[in-house]
Design a protein around this ligand. Structure first.
Ligand code: GLU
Length: 305
């Protein structure tokens, strides 16, 4: 019974893509009779308890239930810092004073790799370190890696590989970074099956790498395709027009939305369904790979393919 989870950031309203991922994660857990946990990824400065209240109301309306108390990242800074200290002491890290601009400029150089950290601070001399320390600027802490290729196996996408990069573990402002805390928290919550949006698939080898370094069991991975708008762009949280409230305001019902989400996940249901009805028909192997298109069509919105 691999424990599942949903880990929303309370930084805005959940759009239909978020709700669909939450339903998918719930179905993947409950179809095995597994526990399902909630975590608030609330380290972002735009996190706001009002969004938590609104998101909980959405989960309740759809029938998504959770086991145990939610884990709240903002209460766990000491745990994260202990683990970062362990990594620092074991020589797995280095300090990095680069600004985003430094990184952008280095990446734009003739042999730079867009998006990858160019390694400027990885091999600083003692004199260069002393200069940076004297600047008073607080360094980020990066993981020291050798660019080894890491492969993960996703239950929908199959094998996915990427070279490991020197990711930030702790930002210059002292806040631990997502790529580290997601690994620590999934372990703390006993999560053995991570179901989340396909936008995170490319970061997953980083998480698997950290799990190996920290001696954490790698969970099963499932990255569900995203919901995109008619133009092929993925829905964004700021796009409040695409949430449950907008669905209802346009004449839709929660049972209509559950059915639309179900069909988009390959469940053969009619135009209305409850979550238990979806669960009874859900087959993890029938989840399609193509992104789902969100079409606001008249009073009834539809999630089509
Ligand atoms: N909090 C992240 C989000 O809302 C999800 C992180 C995860 O599922 O690992 O996008």
């Amino acid at each position: 019974m691999p424990t599942g989870r949903y880990a929303p950031s309370p930084t805005g309203s959940l759009h239909l893509g978020n709700l669909r991922t939450a339903v998918a994660a719930w179905l993947f857990a409950r179809v095995d009779g597994s526990p399902f946990r909630l975590r608030w990824d609330d380290l972002d400065e735009t996190a706001d308890p009002r969004h938590e209240t609104e998101q909980l109301a959405d989960f309740a309306a759809l029938g998504i239930d959770f086991d145990g108390e939610p884990l709240r990242q903002s209460t766990r800074l000491d745990e994260y810092r202990d683990i970062i200290s362990t990594l620092v002491e074991a020589g797995h890290t280095y300090r990095c004073w680069c600004s985003r601009r430094d990184i952008r400029e280095a990446a734009a150089a003739p042999h730079g790799v867009p998006g990858a950290y160019p390694g400027t601070c990885r091999t600083l001399t003692a004199v260069e370190i002393a200069e940076r320390e004297a600047s008073g600027k607080r360094p980020a802490i990066r993981l020291r890696t050798n660019g080894e290729v890491v492969t993960v196996v996703d239950s929908l996408h199959g094998r996915h590989r990427r070279p490991m990069d020197d990711i930030v573990l702790q930002r210059g402002d002292g806040i631990p970074a997502y790529n580290l805390v997601v690994v620590i928290d999934d372990d703390a919550q006993g999560v053995r099956e991570v179901v989340r949006g396909a936008d995170l698939l490319d970061s997953t080898p980083r998480h698997a790498y950290l799990q190996r370094v920290l001696g954490i069991v790698e969970p099963r991975w499932t990255h569900v395709p995203l919901v995109v708008d008619g133009g092929g762009d993925r829905l964004a949280k700021r796009d409040g027009s695409a949430g449950l409230a907008a669905w209802i305001a346009a004449g839709g019902t929660t049972h209509g939305l559950i059915a639309a989400i179900g069909r988009s996940l390959g469940v053969p249901v009619g135009s209305r369904a409850s979550l238990p009805e979806l669960l009874a028909e859900f087959d993890p192997r029938a989840v399609p790979m193509a992104p789902t298109v969100f079409r606001p069509e008249g009073p009834e919105l539809s999630l089509g393919r």
